[in-house]
Ligand binder design. Structure first.
Ligand code: ATP
Length: 298
């Protein structure tokens, strides 16, 4: 009669000991210094629709190799700047620095003329909306997944964001409309649909600066058109930085930066860069040829 309870007690003891080890690990983790801290007395970034500026920014992740080398560019309010370049060129690193997950080794990043190292990280991040490559959906309804962008938004505002993200036609086809459960335990959405949920969230968040990190996975052309349409909607009201893998996303950008091994090697509009017959023109031709191979007759 004693065997079962004692066995159970042994189990509980082992569980608790295991948890204590986890808790110890957690404390060890918490004791680690984060990569960046707020400057003493850091104020809030002023609410802005202002410019984003990278001024001679250099950065490495701590190894010998510099990842960004004196990168400079300005995005004027309401403009769209796109960054293209091969995998590993440093495109995502630029976004991580703008969010201040790391500080540059040299140079400055300014938003609305304020150096981001001198403002609180929280105030910086509320001003930037990001549409990441891979959007996380919660096990909840589609509606709640959009509302997550600004939880105090009214139902009308959520509906408006859904419309602007061109998700309404898709939702109308679902049996339970926007009450449909999504996420791991619900309806699985395609990569393009997930990005449009993310665009709707960002529209709702209403931050003046937008970062769009285009998914690398290929989309069918209908999905791509839907994304481009909803992105155009978003870009109209935002200062946008777009990390592009498909050049169709950048054709309308005010300025395209071609990044190669951490350096901006070309910059200009789509037409200017094509006329230059350099690296961008080569990328454009290669991508067009690839499209013709994968979509004969297109
Ligand atoms: P992709 O198009 O594949 O997303 P990318 O142009 O965005 O590439 P980054 O992700 O900015 O490139 O990476 C630039 C370089 O920095 C790469 O060589 C990468 O291995 C390195 N790198 C990225 N993140 C880290 C990190 N946390 N620690 C060390 N090195 C990193």
């Amino acid at each position: 009669q004693l065997f079962m309870p004692l066995g159970f007690l042994g189990f509980v003891y082992r569980e608790i000991r295991g948890s204590m080890a986890n808790i110890e690990n957690m404390f060890r983790l918490l004791a680690l210094q984060p990569a960046v801290v707020d400057a003493p007395g850091a104020g809030a970034l002023e609410r802005t629709n202002g410019p984003v500026e990278f001024r001679e920014v250099s950065f490495g992740y701590g190894g010998e190799r510099p990842i960004l080398d004196r990168v400079s560019f300005t995005i004027a309010p309401g403009q769209k700047v796109a960054i293209v370049g091969a995998s590993g060129a440093g495109k995502s690193t630029i976004v991580k620095l703008l969010f201040r997950f790391y500080d540059p080794d040299a140079g400055h990043i300014l938003v609305n003329g304020q150096d981001i190292s001198q403002v609180s990280q929280h105030s910086l991040r509320t001003q930037i909306g990001i549409v990441p490559q891979d959007t996380v959906l919660f096990n909840d309804t589609l509606y709640e997944n959009v509302r997550y962008g600004r939880v105090e938004a009214s139902p009308d505002e959520v509906a408006q964001a859904i419309r602007l993200a061109h998700l309404d036609a898709f939702i109308a086809r679902l049996p339970e409309g926007h009450h449909t459960l999504v996420g791991e335990r619900g309806l699985k959405l395609s990569g393009g649909e997930k990005q449009r949920v993310s665009i709707a969230r960002t529209i709702l968040k209403g931050s003046p600066i937008l970062v769009f990190d285009e998914a690398t996975s290929s989309l069918d052309s209908k999905s791509e058109q839907a994304i481009l349409a909803s992105l155009a909607e978003l870009a109209r009201e935002h200062t946008s930085l777009v990390i592009a893998h498909r050049l169709s996303t950048v054709v309308d950008a005010d300025q395209i930066l071609v990044l190669h091994r951490g350096r901006v090697v070309e910059r200009g509009s789509h037409a200017e860069l094509l006329a230059r017959e350099g690296r961008y023109a080569g990328l454009w031709r290669a991508q067009r040829a690839g499209e013709r191979v994968s979509a004969p007759g297109a």
